[in-house]
Design a protein around this ligand. Structure first.
Ligand code: C5P
Length: 305
């Protein structure tokens, strides 16, 4: 049997970061939204004893490891272990989500691999604890839609949201390492350059804006505590953020830990317009247009032998 699943990229409409915890993570409160920008993972079984092989293709395949460090490989091994079977699989990942970009592309691959492996092995257990083990954003990638994330981001509950939002996704090739961006934030806070939030809580104004379904309302309440840290490590991003707004975006911000920048448009045509203008200015490697919210991880094809 050959099974394919698609899993979405995420953006954070709010990303509030608390103090560093003893386990090396930061407590956070985030409002996630899934994008209709998806990676695809296809898996089929190999002969017993052959182990796992992982190939990467697609627009953003460059530099993605196919070895044990790939979260999709870790994910299938976890499911095989719990299903009590030997793990002999061929994994093919089609990368359409920019890599090391702050869009949780690696987490999307892990989520898709969990769902496909569960299907292949007939594993009916809860995938949520496995998602939590694999990374902070994997649980959201499974769920999709709009959700509130707490703890280190892995505890997710759906949030009411109306409307669809059109984004320009401006990607840079120099990936920022997520741990480094969090460390930089701690450093900036130690130096007194930025402050920790007084209260780690969802922002009511943003939640109300999501209920209203108005892009203008959402634009006024987007926030990302990691942005000063990402900008300190990659100062050129500020220009991208400014240009997006000069080019007519309702708002722009760094996506998660960056270096991708996202800009909110009024509608799809407006997003295409802004994307065309940004593309013409040679500031970014790739400029894409995507819509949120989108579905979580889902099986898109099953081929029986
Ligand atoms: O969970 P994930 O593997 O995606 O996290 C990558 C790194 O990002 C962690 O090792 C940690 O340094 C940082 N992180 C954090 N607090 C979070 C999420 C991630 O400090 N809530």
């Amino acid at each position: 049997m050959k099974v394919t699943a698609a899993a979405p990229a995420k953006i954070n409409l709010q990303l509030s970061v608390g103090a560093l915890r003893a386990d090396g993570y930061h407590d956070l409160v985030t409002v996630y939204q899934a994008l209709d920008l998806r990676d695809e993972v296809t898996i089929f079984e190999r002969a017993e004893g052959m182990g796992v092989q992982c190939g990467i293709s697609g627009d953003f395949s460059s530099g993605v490891p196919g070895d044990e460090s790939n979260l999709a490989v870790k994910a299938v091994k976890l499911v095989a272990e719990l299903a009590g079977v030997s793990c002999d699989l061929n994994i093919q990942i089609t990368k359409r989500i920019p890599v090391a970009a702050g869009l949780a592309g690696g987490s999307a691959d892990a989520a898709a691999a969990l769902v496909v492996a569960a299907e292949l092995y007939g594993y009916g257990g809860d995938l949520q604890p496995l998602a939590e083990q694999l990374g902070s954003d994997v649980a959201f990638s499974l769920l999709g839609g709009t959700a509130l994330g707490t703890s280190r981001g892995e505890v997710v509950v759906p949030v009411l949201a109306r409307g669809n939002y059109c984004w320009v996704i401006i990607s840079s090739s120099n990936g920022l390492s997520t741990p480094r961006v969090y460390q930089k934030l701690d450093q900036l806070r130690d130096e007194g350059a930025v402050r920790e939030p007084l209260q780690l809580a969802p922002k009511n104004e943003l939640l109300q804006a999501l209920v209203s379904g108005s892009a203008t309302e959402i634009a006024a309440h987007l926030s990302n505590d990691l942005q000063p840290a990402a900008l300190a490590l990659a100062p050129k991003l500020q220009r991208i953020l400014d240009v997006a707004v000069e080019d007519g975006a309702l708002a722009s911000l760094v996506a998660g830990s960056g270096p991708t920048c996202i800009a909110l448009a009024k509608d799809h045509d407006h997003a295409l317009d802004i994307a065309a203008r940004i593309s013409g200015q040679n500031l970014a490697d790739r400029v894409l247009v995507a819509t949120s919210p989108a579905a979580g991880t889902e099986i898109t094809a099953i081929e029986k032998n």
